[in-house]
Design a protein. Structure first.
Length: 245
């Protein structure tokens, strides 16, 4: 029976799925599959949430748009898990808050503070630490090192509000050792752990937040953002088709 939102069935997706929020990014990823976009099979387009399946270096891989925020991401992840996904890799962007982080840098999330509503709904108020899969995260770290791409590894905070007006928004979480804000990782890590599958999260720093700089003031140019995202996608695809974990 097809899933309600993805309109897909078992066998439509590979065991490993890359998850960008942006449908345009999903298409860019599919363009890097063996044979390019014309050789990829589009398996989902409902509500503009594009999904493709193909191969990379001869191994099956899929990409599926997740949308923005944990409510949208949770729907997509739940349906992918029902369809047999075994590895979920989020490839997205984040707002850097840690000292020394610059736009264009790469963040690999080791865990995610669940400040969002969807994860809270799943947990019913229970304390919980959404954590990335170690083996998959370790592979991403080593892939970045091998490619000469500097990466910061550590906790992020998954939030619901992009334009947060609170004066202590960045400073409070920075003082707790959080590297960046993003909007999906907490529910990704929770749902993967609940289902016994692997999950990891790669993020490009698209903007930095401090007491002196806003997201609007620091946001990367589209050209620089695209270049940084392309580097991140290359790393994610390299790890997605490894079989030694």
């Amino acid at each position: 029976m097809p899933q309600i939102h993805l309109r897909a069935e078992i066998g439509d997706y590979a065991p490993v799925v890359l998850l960008p929020g942006d449908p345009n990014r999903a298409t860019k990823i599919a363009e890097r599959f063996d044979g390019g976009l014309e050789n990829a099979r589009q398996v989902s387009a409902h509500r503009g949430m594009l999904g493709y399946t193909g191969t990379f270096n001869g191994r099956p891989v899929s990409v599926q748009t997740s949308g923005m925020g944990t409510p949208s991401f949770a729907i997509v992840a739940e349906e992918l898990l029902r369809l047999g996904a075994k590895q979920l890799i989020r490839v997205g962007t984040c707002g850097g808050i840690a000292p020394g982080l610059k736009t264009g840098d790469l963040v690999i999330a080791s865990s995610a503070c669940p400040t969002d509503g969807a994860t809270a709904t799943y947990l019913h108020g229970d304390a919980y630490a959404p954590t990335a899969d170690f083996a998959l995260t370790h592979a991403l770290v080593h892939a970045a090192e091998a490619a000469g791409v500097p990466a910061r590894v550590g906790p992020v905070a998954s939030v619901d509000v992009f334009y947060n007006p609170d004066l202590d928004y960045a400073s409070k979480w920075r003082s707790r050792g959080v590297l960046a804000f993003e909007m999906e990782a907490s529910v990704l890590f929770y749902l993967a752990a609940r289902s016994g599958v692997q999950a990891a999260c790669l993020l490009v720093v698209s903007d930095v937040l401090s007491e002196d700089v806003t997201s609007e003031e620091s946001y990367l140019s589209l050209e620089d953002l695209d270049a940084a995202v392309e580097r991140m996608i290359g790393l994610a695809l390299t790890v997605a088709v490894q079989s030694d974990r």
